[in-house]
Design a protein around this ligand. Sequence first.
Ligand code: F3S
Length: 282
Amino acid sequence: MKLYIAKSAGFCFGVNRAVDIAVKATQKYKKDLYTLGPIIHNPQTVDFLKGLGIKVKGRIEDIKTGTVIFRSHGVSLEELIKAKKKRLRLIDATCPIVKRAQLFAKYLNKHGYFLLIVGDSKHPEVRAIKSYINDNVKVIENIKGLRNLGPWKKLGIVAQTTQSMSLFKEVINKCLEKAEEIRIFNTICHATSLRQKEAIKIAKKTDCMIVIGGYNSGNTQRLVAICREIQPKTYHIESANDLDERWLKGCNKIGITAGASTPSWVINEVATEIRKMRGKDI
Ligand code: F3S
């Protein structure tokens, strides 16, 4: 019996940085401190910050005065303009790798390329990237999305930082038939591809995969999908409370991985709970 825990599981550099910025802000500004949307897609961390006095607001309109922290996924141009107009104090916790994707998108747009963003159209990161581009932009969620698009003379492609490499490659391949010139910026974050590669490795050698992370976390959802393709017994949980002993029955090798916004203490709790459930089996 063996329990495999992905080494890369848990907080990535950008999430760590954003949480750090938020904690430091609570030491400096004692009241009227907000994040625009959850700072990261992890309810336990959001609750922890709430305990330090940070309130989550969905819209700039809901903040009258004080300080607003822009989350790791970035902020849209409209939100940025509104926040400036209201003269709120701004703290930018956008991950530098997300910022980089925004810069590449702007560059391609400025130089006359029709822009494709490979990602989830509803995700705040993708919405933010798109907001800086006036026209000539389309979000591609799957290969079918390309069906009625093109042909193009100049085509630029970027990806949501947590996108799966296989879809990104698929879109690029298809676009080769549709464009005369293509400029691609690989904006997929190394932390994401590392987690995906390791998840694949572990899923291949286990009888059951437990993926820990916020139900609203895009990168966790993608880890679930990737693992499930290899190991149908893949379960997505947010915390140890969501574990079901029946899932583990008859499994000799159990794997654990977690999204980039899952704190290590949540991962440790899940591992401890699994060990408890399996007794000295594991
Ligand atoms: Fe940034 Fe990559 Fe994490 S984009 S927020 S370091 S997954």
